[in-house]
Design a protein. Structure first.
Length: 244
């Protein structure tokens, strides 16, 4: 059972296309054109072309590519802003909002052609954004999955709350959790593939695999292939085993 996955993109369309090229090369080597590609969320914010990332993925899905897109916390904040200029994500610290310089919403708005999004009334900016974001982009944001399970592997943006059944996990935890999940060394019954928390390089912790390699902060964008519970990082030279 083969599944491809790509970590947190954060508006880097060039890195996303390169990751897909590595996946295409691996498909050709193994003769597989059907295995799904799971994008682990955080398509937007911080990087230069969030609009381009969403457009690229929505067009691919529309033409029948077997691509799945999970919801990240940044994606939820963008969708929330589209619905309400005063939206504040319940898990975001209270002194921040989506357009705070450390969050990255400004860069996303600029990618849609919004001028001076941080210097004008939020309601005005939000109205312009609603007009600028195509319906296909909104449909992608609204249709994102919170998790995707394939065999003994669970793909999710941030992680899971340990000790809680998979079907009872909350969206808040699936897209925001860190500490409790990272510190728990128990087997969760599935190998959890996640992003959300940047690491210097993709890391296998035994019960979970973190593939957010910090594209948001100038790092690379990781693409992997998972076969049963074996994980391989895709490089320009081919596969590299990722071991606990």
């Amino acid at each position: 059972m083969r599944t491809y996955a790509i970590g947190d993109i954060h508006g880097h369309l060039d890195l996303l296309k390169a990751a897909h090229a590595r996946i295409a090369a691996d498909r050709e080597r193994v003769g597989d054109s059907d295995a799904p590609v799971v994008h682990l969320g955080d398509l937007v914010d911080r990087g230069p072309d969030s609009a381009g990332v969403i457009d690229y993925l929505s067009q691919g899905i529309a033409r029948g590519e077997n691509w799945l897109v999970l919801r990240g916390n940044h994606d939820r904040m963008f969708a929330g802003f589209l619905g309400d200029a005063t939206y504040h994500d319940p898990r975001l610290r209270p002194d921040y909002d989506w357009t705070h310089p450390r969050v990255g919403g400004i860069e996303t708005l600029e990618s849609y052609g919004i001028v001076d999004p941080g210097g004008r009334p939020p309601a005005q900016v939000q109205a312009e954004t609603v007009a600028a974001v195509p319906a296909s982009h909104r449909a992608l944001l609204q249709g994102m999955l919170n998790s995707y399970r394939r065999g003994e592997v669970l793909f999710v943006h941030a992680g899971i709350r340990p000790g809680v059944a998979l079907e009872e996990q909350t969206e808040d935890d699936l897209i925001w959790i860190r500490g409790e999940f990272h510190q728990d060394t128990r087997d969760h019954g599935v190998l959890v593939i996640h992003g959300h928390t940047p690491v210097e390089k993709p890391t296998h912790f035994g019960n979970r695999v973190d593939i957010d390699s910090g594209a948001a902060y100038g790092g690379p964008l990781t693409a992997i292939v998972v076969e049963d519970r074996e994980v391989f990082v895709l490089t320009d030279a081919g596969r590299a085993p990722l071991l606990p």
